[in-house]
Design a protein around this ligand. Structure first.
Ligand SMILES: *Cc1c(COP(=O)(O)O)cnc(C)c1O
Length: 370
């Protein structure tokens, strides 16, 4: 769905220069270790078609997505800008999908012995070795080879015959908590798993782990969130630039008397004569309902509290304290931007910036600044 500017209720602007800048900033942080770009979930909601070429231009030569279909979209985005890159699929080859990996030049991340067996059989049918990554679970207990499976691969190396292992990887559970003991224990388990697997470049660090010191970097970093402006060092100033700006148009402004209520469930009662501005954006647009009576926006350099429930298509802000003539129909309230980043909005919504970005809907006028 493409929405033109004149008819849009809300405006989403993605700053591709800031995205590229963030990639380069993380490269500096990684001190020369190459960085892949994680662009799963349509580049965390910001759009693969624009973000992939920008990241490739900034220097990314490897991309990670979760699903096969996402990989096909990334391959198309790369083709459109005439760039080559490796594309890894974190879910691996689900049964029957193997030929599509070859067709679109995608590399599966193998997470189980079953994945390995199927990829090996597929390679044998092709009559040539096929590349793959091996994902080791080092303590997250979510996805990846278990220690017993790694041991079995060490004992029976023929299980990997015909598979060209191009990467061994694992993923941290608590990378954003510098002092969490699981970091060091996962690191030790990763090192011991690597020693039992075929020699291959290793990848361990997501965004936050790039800030955990050189031991976590190995041969390839895998940042996602920080590229899009999410703070990889929670509790400390955000080293990343803001990429996303979201503004919603004011449709109507009304004055209500004390004790009148606003919105579904009448959850906000005016304590004074108030002016309420209604904007054209709601939870169907990813403006989370849990922001009801907790969120805020900015207009003309001033914070305005969100009052009442966020409904599917509309949200209401108390603009009583603004000078007359500022909050008028047609003006916009900024909901994400330099003064209100996705981490702050996520916190108000009882979640994290990741969910704020990946929830962003499609009913915006979207524009990409080069
Ligand atoms: C999502 C993901 C990443 C990126 O993590 P961020 O915290 O967004 O940097 C890296 N590796 C794997 C396996 C992932 O699933």
């Amino acid at each position: 769905m493409t929405i033109d500017k004149a008819s849009a209720g809300a405006f989403l602007t993605i700053d591709l220069a800031a995205l590229k800048d963030n990639y380069r900033r993380l490269c500096k942080q990684a001190a020369g270790v190459p960085l892949a770009a994680v662009v799963k979930a349509d580049a965390y909601g910001l759009g693969d078609a624009a973000c992939v070429p920008a990241l490739a231009e900034a220097g990314a030569e490897t991309f990670f997505v979760v699903q096969l279909a996402e990989g096909i979209a990334v391959r198309a985005a790369l083709a459109a800008c005439g760039r080559a890159a490796r594309v890894f699929i974190l879910l691996g080859p689900l049964p029957g999908s193997e030929p599509a990996f070859l067709q679109h030049e995608l590399i599966p991340v193998l997470n189980t012995l079953g994945d390995i067996e199927r990829w090996r059989a597929f390679a044998a049918r092709q009559g040539k070795p096929l590349p793959a990554a091996l994902h080791v679970d080092t303590g997250m207990n979510r996805l990846g080879l278990e220690p017993a499976e790694v041991a079995r691969l060490a004992d029976e190396p023929e299980l990997l015959s015909g598979i060209e292992v191009v990467l061994v990887m694992s993923h941290l559970a608590c990378a954003e908590e510098a002092e969490h003991p699981l970091n060091a224990s996962q690191l030790a388990r990763f090192q011991s798993a690597r020693a039992r697997l075929p020699r291959a470049p290793a990848s361990f660090a997501n965004s936050s782990a790039l800030f955990r010191g050189p031991d976590y970097l190995f041969d390839l970093g895998r940042p996602g969130a920080a590229l899009y402006g999410i703070n990889p060092t929670p509790g400390y100033p955000n080293p990343m630039g803001q990429v996303v700006n979201l503004q919603a148009r004011i449709l109507q402004v009304r004055t209500i008397d004390p004790a009148e209520t606003v919105g579904y469930g009448a959850t906000h009662s005016a304590r004074r004569r108030s002016r309420i501005a209604t904007v054209a954006l709601g939870y169907a647009d990813g403006y989370l309902r849990s922001l009801s009576n907790r969120g805020s926006g900015w207009i003309a350099g001033q914070r305005v509290p969100l009052v009442g429930r966020v409904s599917m298509d509309l949200a209401t802000f108390d603009v009583t304290d603004l000078p007359a003539g500022v909050a008028l129909p047609g003006a916009v309230i900024e909901l994400l931007g330099p003064t209100l980043d996705c981490d702050t909005l996520g916190e108000a919504a009882g979640t994290i910036g990741y969910e704020v970005l990946t929830s962003l809907g499609s009913r915006y006028h979207r524009s990409y600044h080069p």
